[in-house]
Design a binder for this molecule. Structure first.
Ligand code: UDP
Ligand code: MG
Length: 322
């Protein structure tokens, strides 16, 4: 039916022992229904509960389960990266272990992917999480949509399907798993979404609490790294030019104040110190910014190297040999 030969299901797991068997069996039923062979890659991210034991028991019953064990807890992004490295399906499915994003949604996502997209992400249209979590997520989504220009409703949904040429080149670190659709789209891959059902967490507890400031910091970091088309030297020098204008205006203001209003105490003790420090500040910005820009430009020369450039190319059609 669909144009896929093998699926790799990748599950990051941190203390989720109780849900694993149900998760595997429901996933297996879905793939039997599709008639699509699959491997189930469980990445145990330093769990301290019975996760590892349960995985070994399951693997003895179902040999298509693979296990990757982290020695310590390294977070969801790193767990996903380990799974992507081991996987060899022409399509990868990432899913949380807590059964909130139900495996029964996978066929809809694959069907959408088969329309030609590189990635399809779930959209938890009626999300079963506490209001506080939904609120933080909502703010995160709005900021990401604005800053990174990704038009999906639910950028951090754990359930995603993606083609091999995309998942093999993802480079996640820190908490970047929340921005996978933005990173993929920026690299020229096409991203779509499908509404999915969502269930409340049945076992265990959430590993990501409310304070997601790192996610917000990641948006800023990604926005700046994606701006590799612009030269830092140009941007910083343009800012410096504005600083020079402000410096000139405040200096002229200072000179006029001292020449014309030298008898007025408010001019001497309020206006002139303010103008003096304004001009000094902008003088410093105007002189240092071009230097910072130049240094950054030099640090970024690797963007010109061969490997970087070839990673931007989707396909090469060489000339016919004569
Ligand atoms: N997870 C992980 N390593 C971590 C934290 C979480 O592998 O350090 C896994 C976790 O077991 C789950 C998924 O990442 O399968 C999402 O975590 P969780 O459901 O706790 O986050 P939430 O959905 O509450 O944001
Ligand atoms: Mg969850």
């Amino acid at each position: 039916m669909m144009g896929f030969e093998k699926a790799s299901v990748i599950i990051p797991i941190f203390n989720e022992a109780d849900s694993l068997e149900e998760l595997y069996l429901r996933t297996k039923a879905v793939f039997s229904g599709l008639g699509l062979p699959f491997e189930f890659i469980a990445v145990n991210d330093g769990s301290s509960d019975l996760t590892y034991k349960r995985l070994l028991e399951l693997r003895a019953r179902f040999p298509n389960i693979g296990i990757i064990n982290h020695r310590a807890n390294h977070g969801k992004s790193m767990a996903l990266m380990q799974g992507f490295a081991l996987a060899d399906g022409d399509v990868a499915i990432t899913m949380d272990a807590d059964l909130q994003d139900e495996p029964e949604n996978i066929p809809n996502l694959l069907e959408k992917l088969d329309e030609g997209y590189d990635m399809v992400i779930g959209w938890r249209a009626s999300r079963k999480d506490p209001l506080s979590k939904r609120f933080v997520s909502g703010v995160f989504n709005v900021i990401t949509r604005r800053l990174l220009n990704v038009h999906v409703h639910d950028i951090n949904c754990g359930l995603k399907v993606m083609r091999k040429d995309l998942y093999k080149r993802l480079n996640l670190r820190g908490d970047l798993h929340r921005l996978i659709p933005a990173m993929s789209q920026a690299a020229g891959f096409t991203v779509s979404e499908v509404a999915i059902t969502h269930a409340p967490r049945k076992y265990g507890s959430s590993k990501y609490q409310l304070l997601r400031h790192r996610g917000l910091l990641d948006i800023i970091s990604l926005t700046s790294t994606l701006a590799y088309r612009v030269r830092p030297f140009h941007i910083f020098t343009e800012i410096a030019f504005i600083a020079w204008c402000v410096f000139s205006i405040s200096l002229i203001g200072l000179i006029f104040t001292l020449l014309i209003y030298h008898d007025s105490p408010s001019a001497l003790y309020v206006a002139s110190p303010v103008l003096f420090f304004t001009s000094l500040t902008f003088l410093i910005i105007g002189t240092t910014f071009p230097v910072i820009g130049l240094i950054l430009d030099n640090l970024l020369v690797h963007f010109n190297d061969e490997r970087w450039r070839s990673s931007l190319v989707k396909e090469v059609l060489p000339p016919e040999s004569c």
